[in-house]
Design a protein around this ligand. Structure first.
Ligand code: ASP
Length: 335
């Protein structure tokens, strides 16, 4: 991690106003990335495949003016891509050869959320999550119930297991080795009215136990949006995210005044300090953006690539990374 280019000030009290989730002991100076004030909407998404998703979100927003529509339609891009092994169609199946999808969507306005977990045979879990949010009294539907809900809502039944993934799964069954195969689209957005929204979609950990649900559909873990503060999303090993409510934690750090990138870094340090394994083995990555249009990302080890877009701008950026060398005895910064 390139800590030298980051400057921190030591302080005993963080900006007031948030829940005191911890005392990191320092707050970042606001020198991180931010979009120009007029550059709205702004979208930040995980991985390079977040770039076409962001660009679709910009397009949809330009047409409809709806941030939620933009988030949903952006996420539908990797969901529909059979070559993307981590999301939707062509996702890596579970140990039984079934593609089980997790997704959620959240609207800062009214703190609304919808989510589906272990959903089979539906092309766009993000849209089913939106329907759960908009048309039911519930937040989360799982498994066969989620599937029946989707079918009743008019979603088509689709075989999500492509020939390529079936072949790879058959090979996996013979060898039973666990490849490191997983990724998620988490996409968060901010519009000119200061409205915030986000979504998350994944096929989860490749060859997972049937019924395993990761962080991605869990509000506060894989995604969190707070209308007053900002939004955060996760990708990586869900087991190392959901035990810490990591996206919620990032938003709370932003509420305390941290720049989104520093909020992601602080959350990783906090998790790494609690986990006996080296930080670089945790495989967790976060994106975040705040209501002022500041954004950032951080991941364990070398970090990861994430995508940022606003009108006239669309880039894939490298996040900072956190390794054990960056973490002090109490999870604080070593410098
Ligand atoms: N977070 C996802 C899960 O654990 C996978 C990933 O993003 O790599 O299901």
């Amino acid at each position: 991690m390139n800590l030298s280019r980051r400057r921190f000030i030591h302080t005993t009290a963080l900006a007031a106003g948030g829940i005191a989730v911890s005392s990191p002991g320092y707050a970042a100076m606001s020198e991180g990335l931010s979009a120009p004030e007029a550059a709205r909407p702004l979208f930040v998404a995980t991985w390079p495949f977040g770039q076409p998703a962001n660009e679709r979100s910009l397009e949809v927003f330009a047409g409809s003016g709806s941030l939620l529509d933009a988030v949903e339609e952006g996420i539908k891009v990797p969901e529909a891509d059979p070559d993307n092994a981590s999301v939707g169609l062509g996702g890596i199946p579970n140990a039984d050869g079934a593609v089980q999808l997790d997704a959620c969507i959240m609207d800062g306005e009214g703190q609304r959320a919808g989510s589906v977990a272990a959903l089979e045979g539906i092309l766009h879990p993000i849209s089913v999550a939106r329907r759960v949010m908009d048309d039911t009294k519930h937040v989360m539907l799982a498994g066969e119930g989620a599937r029946q809900f989707a079918l009743a809502q008019g979603f088509a039944s689709v075989d999500l297991l492509t020939d390529q993934r079936r072949g790879e799964w058959e090979q996996w069954r013979e060898k039973q080795h666990q490849p490191d195969n997983h990724d998620t689209i988490a996409l968060v957005g901010l519009d000119a009215d200061g409205r915030l929204a986000g979504g998350c979609s994944t096929s989860g950990w490749g060859y997972k136990l049937p019924g395993r649900v990761g962080d991605s559909p869990i509000i506060g873990s894989g995604l969190y949006v707070d209308a007053q503060v900002g939004a955060a999303g996760a990708t990586g090993l869900g087991e190392n995210v959901m035990r810490y409510c990591a996206s919620f934690l990032i938003v709370e750090y932003m509420r305390q005044g941290l720049h989104p990138e520093d909020a992601c870094l602080e959350t990783i340090r906090r998790i790494a300090a609690a986990d006996p394994r080296p930080a670089e083995d945790l495989a967790i990555n976060f994106v975040a953006l705040d209501k002022q249009g500041r954004y950032g990302a951080a991941g364990t080890g070398q970090g990861f690539e994430y995508a940022v877009a606003y009108p006239g701008y669309s880039e894939v950026l490298q996040s900072t990374g956190v390794s054990n060398a960056d973490i002090g005895p109490e999870g604080g910064n070593r410098r």
